[in-house]
Ligand binder design. Structure first.
Ligand code: NDP
Ligand code: MG
Ligand code: MG
Length: 341
């Protein structure tokens, strides 16, 4: 069983005694900054010149500074910019302005695990990674609850890095739900594997192949969309509530029997072999290098993937069908080819 931490295992006064700079005010950044402030922590936000997020942070009454100025004031620097820009922000704006002994805190281990950031020996290097999107991290905190976090220490220069990490995890509400002790290596490798093999890559490809199989066999795309994409949410909700067992308990006996008969035919041993190859590329840094090299070149491969994916017929079918479903929020619907906000 993993080692767990809860509110009683952490001392909030550790982080309340520090000046904290949150760099980036996106999905995670806004949630961390606001939860810290509401937990009585002295927090400022560091953003690049002309940042789109600046007004949002100022409207919350948070002090907004350049990254350099925020870092100069800080005992703890929280790096919550996108992973692909962290190494440049660190090299150009954080490292030259970092106070002696100031700690670095991450929400994901990518840049440390793959050595894109190599911190000074005098810095504590810790991670507090919520297992949910930033908007949930904020909403749960406001409601008096929290999103579980995983917590790691890569470098313990002060001898007190664990106290800092746990105190921070408590301040953002994570220890109300619970914290799991991990390492930067375990967090980074499992996170990348999970999103590639199962959550994003695997699930998207499974849905597309199912849709294509029905449409190519002459069935209507609208019906195929419901069967292969829309209903997935109902199944996943059941899994989250009670595991695969609850999903099988809830569906019809026909569906449950078909699950046992055809699941292993569709996702067979070869798929597991493919997953092992994906994991190997995560572990040996091949994936990280391909991603960062492409980003450094202006992301030509990434943009081409995105464009091609947007042309898949399931997207057009879904866009029309979602208009019929009053309970599905389509108010923000775009072609989603410009990436996340
Ligand atoms: P977002 O893309 O939502 O937010 C990025 C923020 O960084 C924006 O405020 C952006 O400003 C700012 N930014 C971009 N470039 C720079 C720069 N050069 N200098 C200063 N600020 C910059 O990021 P996420 O919150 O998704 O991710 C942050 C970290 O959290 C990552 O390490 C990620 O892996 C991790 N994480 C994310 C989760 C999630 O649910 N999204 C879950 C768990 C961990 P602007 O608005 O101007 O573009
Ligand atoms: Mg991830
Ligand atoms: Mg059915």
């Amino acid at each position: 069983m993993a080692e767990m931490f809860y509110d009683d295992d952490a001392d909030l006064s550790v982080i309340q005694g520090k000046k904290v700079a949150v760099i980036g005010y996106g999905s995670q950044g806004h949630a961390h900054a606001l939860n810290l402030r509401d937990s009585g922590v002295d927090v400022r936000v560091g953003l690049a010149e002309g940042s789109k997020s600046k007004e949002k942070a100022e409207n919350e009454g948070l002090p907004v500074k350049s990254v350099a100025d925020a870092v100069k004031e800080a005992d703890v620097v929280v790096i919550l910019t996108p992973d692909q820009v962290q190494r440049t922000v660190y090299a150009e704006e954080i490292k030259p302005n970092l106070n002696e002994g100031a700690a670095l805190l991450f929400g994901h281990g990518f840049n440390i695990r793959f050595d894109y950031i190599e911190p000074e020996a005098g810095s504590d290097v810790v991670m507090v990674a919520p297992k949910g999107p930033g908007h949930l991290v904020r909403r749960e905190y406001v409601d008096g609850r929290g999103v579980p976090v995983i917590v790691a220490v890569e470098q313990d220069a002060s001898g007190q890095a664990w106290d800092l990490a746990k105190s921070y995890a408590k301040a953002i509400g994570g220890l109300r739900a619970g914290g799991i002790k991990t390492t930067f290596t375990e967090e980074t490798e499992t996170d990348l594997f999970g999103e590639q093999a199962v959550l994003c890559g695997g699930a998207s490809q499974l849905v597309q192949y199912g849709f294509e199989t029905l449409v190519e066999a002459g069935y209507q795309p609208e019906v195929a969309y419901f069967e292969c994409l829309h209903e997935l949410k109902l199944i996943v909700d059941l899994m989250v509530e009670g595991g695969i067992a609850k999903q099988r308990w809830s569906v019809s006996d026909t569906a449950e029997y078909g699950d046992y008969v055809s699941g292993p035919r569709v996702i067979d041993e070869r798929v597991k072999e493919n997953m092992k190859a994906v994991l190997a590329d995560v572990q040996n840094g091949t994936f990280a290098k391909r991603f960062i090299d492409d980003q450094d070149a202006g992301a030509p491969e990434f943009k081409a993937f995105r464009e091609k994916a947007a042309q898949h017929p399931i997207e057009g079918t879904g866009k029309e069908l979602r208009k019929l479903m009053a309970w599905v929020d389509t108010s923000q619907d775009t072609d989603y080819t410009e990436g996340s906000s």
